[in-house]
Design a protein around this ligand. Sequence first.
Ligand code: PHE
Length: 323
Amino acid sequence: MNPIIQELQTEAKSRLASIRSPQDLESFRIAYLGKKGKLRDLMEQLKNVPDDQRRDFGRQVNEFKQFLEESIKSLKIETSSSAASKDSFDETLPGILPATGRIHPINQMIQEICRIFERLGFETVDGPEIETEFHNFTALNIPLDHPSRDSFDTFYTSEGELLRSQTSTVQIRVMQDRKPPLRIIAPGRVYRPDAVDASHSFMFHQIEGLMVDDRVTFSDLKGVLQLFLRELFGKDAKVRFRPHFFPFTEPSVEVDIKWGKGWLEVLGAGTVDPNVFEAVGYDPKKVQGFAFGLGVERMVMLRHKIQDIRLFYENDLRFLEQF
Ligand code: PHE
């Protein structure tokens, strides 16, 4: 290659490498391709080149010109896009929406259930998760040798308290604090030392209900629960009451709803045992009541056909964002 062109090209390459903005690029273009630019100077020299070398020199000048034009063209694309992100702000572009959270499916279900009972005059109340044996067992008429008191079935603290294994504790607290008539609903976490698998967790959610007045019958319990389950599962839901045993209700039932060809248990319930009224200082001859308890995870799993309870606690947004 002709040494003059060679030198110019080397110089041009190093200047190209330091171009950072459209302005740099434009001054480069003017310096080389402009009216008084270096390429023009080269052309002027053409006439001084000996006849036999002129053709070759002309070709090299042309190649250099092509090199310059192509380099400028490709840098134009680069500098204009990086300049846009660095130096300019397009106020017509839509904004970036901040990610908004949503209510966890367990809490959605709790809210929905509490709304239904609130329409029936029940008040939503809260109770502690760390409890005494009295509130979790003794006042609920659960005998000292009952297996649920065992440390295989209840978490105890080193201070002799426990993590409540059922929301029935809130029945006791509310009755200790207040006089009848009462209509309360108490959602919350409960704890049991179960090995975790697709249908068990050491922590889950229950909702407790309690109604106490001077005359509350088993028919009231049936009416309220039937209405509740039809609100939740649709007005055609079929409900079945099956005799059962709970220490704190007498008589007791388990409540099933029709699910496909079979029945599924969804609630435990009954009329309040007189011993429970006595434990909280109510006169069992003057008051009557009913109580019920349900598992919240169970309800959500039924409604959305969820097979694995662990999904609720893993905080995986791919799961949670579906609700
Ligand atoms: N506490 C019972 C349970 O955990 C449910 C229940 C509540 C049953 C109130 C009857 C009355 O299984």
